[in-house]
Design a protein around this ligand. Structure first.
Ligand SMILES: Cc1cc2nc3c(=O)[nH]c(=O)nc-3n(C[C@H](O)[C@H](O)[C@H](O)COP(=O)(O)OP(=O)(O)OC[C@H]3O[C@@H](n4cnc5c(N)ncnc54)[C@H](O)[C@@H]3O)c2cc1C
Length: 294
């Protein structure tokens, strides 16, 4: 396994923006992952795992860390009985394909989530009334000091949240699925994909939902739409004219442009609704939102 220096991360994100990782590696086995974590420890570098970068905003200045993208055996998936056993780096699309081929249902909702198994655990990803916590049996979490299997309760999964910290890498996960007719699975997936296409900008570079839905009768998207933010542009980034809780890379967006849009969105939501929106997108590198009204 090579540990590369100064690797630009923009191409590893769905937004397509951001600077370079100080160090970058693609471990493809548990052994390589442990070696990479030990290397980071020796060099006193923090560790961040990334999946498909579909909920990620990387700082323009770059990231002073060892960034890990799981590969090979840590990015593949197979069926064992009614368990889907997948590497943390396995794409949801691959997992769904394996499950359907084996006549196992329960993972269909993930067709709307363009990430990986590990990113899904970290975020407790969900859509259409289901989320990771409902189907996840256990996840293998590795850090510099330990390798542990954790249940959803031990992972602290709740709405788009887990207790996982930066240096904790989901190397593998097991999902309990149930027998279902592959044609039924296919039909449900087509139905969900059509719903998505009708509501969200599926042909633009975005990082998915910008903010979590607040505890309010309006979703974050409807609130920001009511604040008149659809189409609002700063630099190369734009609030989607289609769905106000998405930021699109309109033309050479920088992370700073996205942060400026998020700051403005939070200011307006607070002014009009008294709500402090919490960001769902994960920050990598020195990025932060100023306090609302600050
Ligand atoms: C068009 C679009 C639609 C989307 N729709 C949805 C949706 O309906 N529901 C939803 O929940 N999300 C949605 N998302 C957001 C995103 O797809 C999910 O959050 C997804 O789970 C992120 O997975 P990822 O592998 O891309 O993670 P990344 O974006 O690469 O990383 C996200 C976080 O997970 C951490 N992470 C990644 N891999 C690991 C690992 N192996 N171990 C430990 N930590 C890890 C990262 O450090 C980071 O903190 C959407 C995104 C897009 C672009």
């Amino acid at each position: 396994m090579r540990i590369e220096q100064a690797v630009p991360l923009g191409r590893y994100t769905t937004l397509g923006a951001g600077g370079a990782a100080r160090a970058f590696a693609k471990p493809s086995s548990l052994e390589e992952l442990e070696q990479a974590l030990a290397w980071a420890g020796e060099h006193r570098l923090p560790v961040a795992a990334i999946g498909l970068g579909s909920n990620l905003l990387v700082a323009d200045e770059g990231v002073d860390a060892l960034v890990l993208k799981l590969d090979g055996g840590l990015a593949s998936a197979e069926i064992r009985g009614d368990l889907l056993v997948a590497g943390g780096g396995a794409a949801n699309a691959v997992c769904l394909h394996r499950a359907r081929a084996a006549g196992l249902g329960g993972f269909e909702f993930a067709c709307a989530i363009p990430g990986t198994v590990g990113g899904g655990v970290r975020m407790n990803a969900g859509a259409y009334g289901s989320d990771w916590s409902e189907i996840l049996e256990r996840a293998l979490v590795v850090d510099e000091a330990s390798v542990r299997w954790l249940t959803p309760a031990e992972l602290g999964l709740s709405y788009r949240r887990s207790r996982l910290r930066g240096g904790e890498v989901v190397a593998q996960a097991e999902f309990r699925l149930e027998p279902r007719d592959p044609d039924e699975i296919k039909a449900r997936v087509s139905e969900l994909q059509a719903l998505r296409k009708a509501a969200q900008p599926t042909n633009k570079r975005t990082f998915g939902s910008v903010f979590k839905n607040p505890d309010h009768e309006l979703t974050a998207g409807l609130m920001l739409e009511a604040c008149g933010l659809k189409g609002h542009r700063i630099g190369g980034a734009q609030i989607s004219p289609r769905h106000a809780n998405f930021i699109e890379n309109a033309d050479g967006a920088r992370a700073a442009d996205a942060i400026a849009l998020m700051t403005e969105a939070r200011r307006r939501a607070h002014e009009q609704y008294g709500v402090e929106l919490e960001h769902e997108v994960q920050f990598l590198g020195p990025l932060a939102l100023p306090p609302v009204g600050g």
